[in-house]
Design a binder for this molecule. Sequence first.
Ligand SMILES: Nc1nc2c(ncn2[C@@H]2O[C@H](COP(=O)(O)OP(=O)(O)OP(=O)(O)O)[C@@H](O)[C@H]2O)c(=O)[nH]1
Length: 361
Amino acid sequence: MSKAVPLAAAPAAGASLFAHSRLLDSVAAFTHHRDIDALDHSLALSLAELSSAQSVSLVKRAVGGTHVDSIVQCALDEQGHYQLRAIEPHAAEPALERVNRCMEQLEVHTEMIHGMHRLTVPMLRDGRAIGALELDSCMPPATSRPLVDGFARIYSNYTGLLQESERDKLTGLYNRRSLERQLQRLLQQHESTQPPVAEPEPSRPGPSSAGAPQVWLAILDIDHFKHINDTYGHIYGDEVILLLAQQMRACFRRSDVLFRFGGEEFVILFAATDEATVHAVLERFRQRVAEYAFPQVGLVTVSIGYAHVGVHDYPASVLDRADKALYFAKNNGRNSTYGYESLRASGAVGQTMAPGAIDLF
Ligand SMILES: Nc1nc2c(ncn2[C@@H]2O[C@H](COP(=O)(O)OP(=O)(O)OP(=O)(O)O)[C@@H](O)[C@H]2O)c(=O)[nH]1
């Protein structure tokens, strides 16, 4: 039997339904994104619009780390329109103290600033803060807090799922599936500074115009890993993989993108101005590994092959070139680093795969 709804309740219910559907629209819009940068922008804008805030900042810690590695802010401009911008964490140092405290203490922070209410809410996952949302608004914190809390929880859950799908379970590095997206992202970042590359050899690094950074891909493979597994067992083999991933994190820059590509193979994507720098960076890492005493196993070495990434390169063809250089290292004593372009110039390796023959993942 249907229940009569008092007439007087209808307008309030209508208004609340409208507010709920706006909220759901926003959540649907930002969870539509698979790309975390786009998701961050969408979240900051949705929260600013729904709360009519003066500004919303999304501050994020590096995956698995405690330092802030990105800040996205959505703030009203003089014309009353929301504008999104990314802020370099080092440029926001003093303001970050408050946010860092909130993330360390896992506590919500409120204060009055220039006649506005400032609300800082940590975003939690598995009992630790992955970042924080900060809102400057005319509304008192008690009014805006449920909305900010809700967005923080949805963001944390959703990015947790996204990260699980793009990370290797053992090491926490990116997995093979994420290479194409990360490569595109890095190329877009550096596209404007990359000199035009002559066809039909997209792999050849352009002239180093005013030291503009270019993108490079390196493949790193543990030498005689089967022997390590056979001698010490798979658990020690896994431990070697884990420790190597830790060394990679410690040795490469935060902006370098690290992958466990499968088994005992790793990939590094990074920007550098010239081949000599690339070689020196990779050699430094190879030597560091060769000097490290792995528990029980002792000394372990790695072989490295690398190649330049052209703006219009397919991931599979870059991988093929770097793999040729790696293969050369494996066949020439291991525990060494080789670049495809130099090997090609000296005639030590042949042509890479034809554009039609590539496997596009
Ligand atoms: N412990 C462990 N072993 C793995 C994992 N993935 C692959 N392997 C093993 O890694 C070994 C790789 O062996 P190969 O491809 O012959 O290479 P290698 O022994 O390192 O020899 P080179 O690369 O030629 O120096 C195989 O025995 C795989 O079973 C993993 O996640 N954990």
